[in-house]
Write a protein that binds this ligand. Structure first.
Ligand SMILES: [Mn+2]
Length: 340
């Protein structure tokens, strides 16, 4: 967990900042964390982090342009020391494997819990800001997490958006309205940074989830339209996945632009929790993979499978990302298969 003293410290830093710059991950958890920060302090200037790899010196340009008095880094797993050395007053809030860095205030629930507590950043953002249970839920559900304490508040404030009977996060993600919203946000984060940030700007002005879900405002309509555009590509792809008796579900496609591997693998995991799911997108001679399984320990299998392979990867115990040279992909696959 993150102790109350640290929650308070973050809240004060955010409230007292006159020029906060916020880097956030490009998934619903990262986005909803930013939106909650924005609700508490509308001076927040957001930068979506769309890169595979780390927040590195390249992003110092953003710092130079904006001149922030405080920098917040939300839901980003890797930040280079070189970046941190050149900035002042940085706060980094993350729930991936803990890092050791200097010149930054670092908050991670995994540290005190010895790896047991990896609640999403949207959860902590709600503790910090007290803002918008619907944003907290949308972000948490996107990370396969259903926090009972926020759920209670959310059910009071937004009845009907999650059926009372739903108890599992994956059911919330695929069978509830808030899950639809979470997947919609995931899809609007695809595409070019400029377009994404236009959507994010609109999202900062949305007051109620039904603005989007029922397209009851023009802003909500705008977001919904963007979602449908990506959703049509997504539906075509997921329909072409073949499921056999094999323990592995493997799907390969090639696209320069839209990465939908993580969303596809999540939906397949929901439908086939006992399989080992590999969705791979080929780009520039590299296979960018999302790996999922409820049955198998994906991170451990992945680590072994990468031995002697030109590639890298990691993540959570049952959900990982990896990139492997296309020429090594068959060998990589065989290394996985041997362990199942
Ligand atoms: Mn997250």
């Amino acid at each position: 967990m993150i102790p109350d003293s640290e929650i308070k410290e973050l809240r004060e830093a955010l409230v007292n900042s006159t020029r906060p710059l916020v880097f956030f991950d490009d998934d619903p958890d990262g986005l909803c964390s930013f939106l909650q920060f924005y609700k508490l302090n509308p001076e927040c200037h957001g930068v979506v982090f769309k890169k595979a790899g780390s927040l590195d010196a390249e992003f110092l340009r953003k710092v130079g342009e904006y001149h922030p008095d405080a920098i917040f880094i939300l839901d980003i797993a890797n930040v280079d020391q070189e970046f941190l050395d050149k900035v002042k007053n940085a706060y980094w809030l993350d729930h991936h494997s803990p890092s050791e860095r200097k010149n930054v205030k670092y908050y991670n629930p995994m540290i005190k819990s010895k790896g047991k507590d990896n609640k999403p950043i949207s959860y902590w953002a709600y503790k910090i800001t007290g803002e918008s249970s619907w944003l907290a839920m949308t972000g948490c559900v996107g990370d396969w997490f259903l926090p009972p304490d926020i759920r209670k508040k959310f059910d009071e404030e937004y009845p009907g958006l999650i059926d009372k009977k739903i108890k599992k996060p994956e059911d919330a993600l695929f069978k509830s309205k808030i899950g639809t919203l979470s997947r919609a946000l995931s899809f609007i984060l695809k595409g070019k940074t400029k377009e994404v940030m236009d959507c994010v700007k609109v999202l900062t002005r949305i007051q109620h989830p039904n603005d989007i879900l029922e397209q009851s405002t023009s802003r909500g309509k705008f977001i919904w339209k963007k979602y449908l555009k990506t959703n049509s590509i997504y539906n075509l792809l997921i329909k072409s996945v073949k499921v056999t008796k094999d323990k592995i579900i493997l799907f390969k496609y090639s696209s320069d632009k839209t990465s939908l591997t993580s969303e596809m693998s999540n939906e397949l995991l929901f439908r086939y929790p006992k399989k080992f799911i590999i969705i791979a997108r080929e780009k520039n001679g590299e296979m960018k993979c999302s790996l999922r399984s409820s049955k198998y320990k994906v991170r451990i299998i992945l680590k072994k499978a990468l031995q002697g392979i030109d590639g890298y990867g990691g993540g959570h115990l049952h959900a990982c990302g990896a990139a492997v040279k296309a020429t090594d992909f068959d060998r990589f696959l065989e290394n996985i298969r041997q362990q199942l």
